[in-house]
Design a protein around this ligand. Structure first.
Ligand code: SF4
Length: 364
């Protein structure tokens, strides 16, 4: 299995998706005349800017790449969470218009037939359409989750279950069944929407702009990598370790595995922080910061406060506007390399920011 993780920054999800698929040469791994499934995350009927759902441009990018390479048998498939209506979600996000524009299938898995599949924790009912797909592309959103800490690739598979099985997952405590499902049911490819995933809730509401996407093949590795971007210790996400134990994949990755297609550029518009983000960043001075850098800092400050009960009160500098300036105190990213204490990287992950801020706090 190709263990490279392809990373791209930008603000055009369609072009970014096509570039990722080109770079990873995906066409060479899809059988001719394959029945291809696209499985986005439409957990609720909310627009992608809410931080909850997969951007429509990612579907368009996949479809245009596949069409250009001769693949015609494509179906978008999803089942929203219990209590929401997938058809309504298709409408709100514009997926119905995408399906019509490109002439691809659009299936609400809530109405799909199911088949019983053996897993490490017993039988599970899984929808037949994704099971009978020759090549399945999972399109999750990297975001926080109030019960499992984070959600990305492994948990996106839950949308391929009937509502009765989704309910049973909750009664089983989520982590075990998510891990067991990940070992029994593996999409061939995962392209992660990390444009503006929510800080804490899978249903959105506090989106953090990071303007990036990444592609990989091993769902466990992808989730572990996603944790590092969000400043979460992968061992705090129980289903990642369990999935590894059940043989779903490996959570290991190193910097050598990451193929950067580009680097972030200064954001023309980091949205003016409001609510919790405004409180977290009240001591942050940003000048032309890239959204990926600023977003990682927000994730880091949030994790420190919630998991380590450590509110960082010192002044923090971040952004390309600090290039070449002598900075007192802490600076984030290589643009602030002249800071007394610089968290190097372009952008540094939330995990490395947390480590540096904690150390800075102790050393002072
Ligand atoms: S270090 Fe500078 S250039 Fe790199 S992501 Fe941060 S702000 Fe952007």
């Amino acid at each position: 299995m190709n263990r490279n993780l392809y990373m791209i920054y930008g603000q055009d999800p369609k072009a970014m998706t096509m570039a990722l698929m080109e770079a990873a040469n995906i066409k060479d791994e899809i059988p001719k005349n394959a029945k291809i499934g696209l499985k986005p995350n439409l957990v609720v009927a909310k627009e992608p800017d809410s931080g909850a759902t997969t951007h429509t441009g990612i579907l368009e990018g996949c479809i245009e790449y596949l069409h250009a390479n001769g693949y015609k048998n494509i179906t978008i498939m999803e089942g929203s969470w219990v209590g929401d209506n997938t058809r309504r979600a298709f409408k709100v996000t514009g997926y119905d218009r995408v399906a019509e524009k490109y002439g691809v299938g659009l299936i609400d898995l809530k109405g799909d037939k199911t088949r019983s599949v053996d897993t490490k924790i017993g039988k599970m009912n899984i929808c037949v359409t994704p099971l009978e797909t020759d090549y399945l592309i999972s399109l999750p959103v990297l975001k926080g989750h109030c019960q499992t800490v984070m959600t990305c690739a492994l948990k996106n598979n839950k949308g391929c279950l009937p509502d009765s099985e989704k309910r049973r997952f909750h009664s089983l405590g989520l982590d075990e069944p998510i891990a067991a499902l990940g070992a029994a049911f593996r999409p061939n490819l995962t392209i992660v929407d990390s444009i503006c995933g929510d800080l804490d809730f899978e249903e959105g509401g506090t989106p953090i702009q990071t303007n990036r996407m990444f592609l990989g093949h091993d769902q466990v590795q992808i989730d572990a990598f996603g944790c590092s971007l969000m400043g979460i210790d992968k061992y705090d996400v129980a289903y990642i370790g369990l999935a590894e134990k059940y043989g779903a994949g490996s959570s290991t990755f190193s910097e050598d595995d990451i193929v950067y297609l580009n680097r972030p550029t200064a954001a023309t518009s980091i949205p003016r922080p409001t609510g919790i983000v405004s409180r977290l960043t009240k001591n942050v001075e940003q000048r032309e910061a890239c959204s990926a850098c600023f977003g990682n800092l927000v994730h880091a400050l949030y994790r420190m406060e919630h998991e380590y009960h450590n509110t960082f009160r010192d002044h923090i500098s971040i952004g390309q506007g600090f290039n070449g300036e002598i900075i007192e105190g802490i600076g984030i990213g290589r643009c602030c390399k002249s800071a007394d204490c610089c968290v190097m990287g372009c952008p540094p992950s939330a995990e490395s920011i947390i480590n540096a801020l904690m150390k800075y706090g102790y050393d002072k």
